[in-house]
Design a protein around this ligand. Structure first.
Ligand code: NCD
Length: 343
């Protein structure tokens, strides 16, 4: 069982947000994650009002720049920014000067000259947001970079898990992530937050899609990464799912896949897909998650995706509140106890 030295039951002292950018969770402490969770709960309160809009970011300019396909993440960020009254500009590289050969650096300089203050970006190259952060004068919020990181997804996953677990406490809870771990920025960001939360984290998939993670898990367990509990890596899907509290399927990322990593999608579905029989190995109250978009019939059976255990649409809804919280925290000099801005 994973033991975290950072997740504590006692109330936290007020925490000030100190990050200019959010590119991954590796530099975010557990008290800061808890601050994000508390701010998200406040934002959910805003979303429950008849008028789901507050003036917190009135006059502030949020630009989204997505070089990769996205439905839920981009719309969720833009909805979140509008709910906070920000001015939102959405750049689609396919119809921008990127098609004329403009570089990422030039594009970002141009957007800054046009007034962008918070830049939400998604890029197929791992690390692209770090380059952006070097040249951009405002705040960078990572909406997913290559295989590297997808911090807002991990945070909305954590928030959704906490809503379903007694006391919102993940310590000792078995969380299983099944699928294409190798290509997954969602899994990589979830490793930081879930081990910090003290979860008993299991990564599961075909050995070809877990490459390198055994070594990472080994270093983690040896205490090389301070403040984080260990995680387990296995290709035994039944052992991974048995008695789990949370089962999360990952999409098979065909666009990032080299040939030879999987014999066939049919075989993958048969050996690793979340079907009703496999999910019944988990605890009776276990929840089923998926970051979307789903390949139904591959990593998750259609009946499981709409079953009573599935919280997949809740993940999407919580995504708006998490992103409102992050935009709010990044935009201001936030000190807890001074939240009148969202009243
Ligand atoms: C994920 C992504 O883009 O990383 N989707 C998402 O943002 N909800 C996962 C995926 O593409 O499989």
């Amino acid at each position: 069982m994973a033991v975290s030295v950072t997740a504590e039951a006692k109330p936290q002292a007020p925490v000030a947000w100190r990050h200019r950018h959010l590119i991954d969770l590796d530099v975010v402490t557990w008290p800061e994650i808890e601050l994000i969770m508390r701010t998200t709960a406040e934002m959910k309160g805003v979303l429950a009002r008849p008028i789901r809009k507050v003036p917190a970011l009135m006059g502030r300019r949020v630009t989204t720049l997505f070089y990769e396909a996205s439905t839920r993440t981009r719309v969720s960020f833009e909805t979140a920014a509008r709910n906070l009254s920000a001015d939102v500009v959405s750049v689609a590289p396919a119809t921008s000067s990127v098609t004329k050969g403009e570089s990422l650096v030039d594009t970002i300089r141009t957007l800054e000259a046009l007034g962008a203050e918070i830049l939400v970006m998604r890029h197929s190259v791992s690390g692209a947001p770090y380059l952006a952060a070097e040249i951009f004068g405002g705040h960078i919020l990572n909406g997913g970079d290559g295989w590297h990181a997808h911090p807002t997804q991990a945070l909305l996953d954590l928030y959704t898990m906490r809503e379903h677990l007694p006391g919102g406490d993940l310590r000792g809870r078995k969380v299983v992530i099944v699928g294409d771990v190798l290509h997954s920025r969602v899994a990589r960001s979830n490793i930081w937050s879930l081990t910090a939360a003290g979860a008993d984290l299991w990564l599961c998939g075909p050995a070809t899609l877990l490459r390198g993670f055994e070594r990472w898990a080994g270093a983690w367990s040896a205490g090389t990464i301070p403040g984080h509990g260990r995680f387990n890596v296995t290709s035994d899907v039944d052992a991974a799912i048995r008695d789990a509290d949370v089962v999360m399927a990952l999409r098979i990322q065909r666009e990032r896949m080299e040939s030879g990593l999987l014999p066939s999608l049919r075989e993958y579905a048969a050996r690793f897909g979340l079907n009703a029989e496999r999910v019944s190995l988990a605890k009776p109250e276990a929840i089923v998650m998926h970051p979307g978009p789903m390949n139904e019939g591959v990593e998750i059976a259609p009946d499981v995706a709409i079953s009573g255990r599935a919280v997949i649409t809740e993940q999407v809804t919580n995504g708006v509140a998490v992103r409102m919280a992050l935009l709010y925290l990044l935009a201001g000099t936030h000190v807890e106890g001074h939240t009148e801005i969202i009243r």
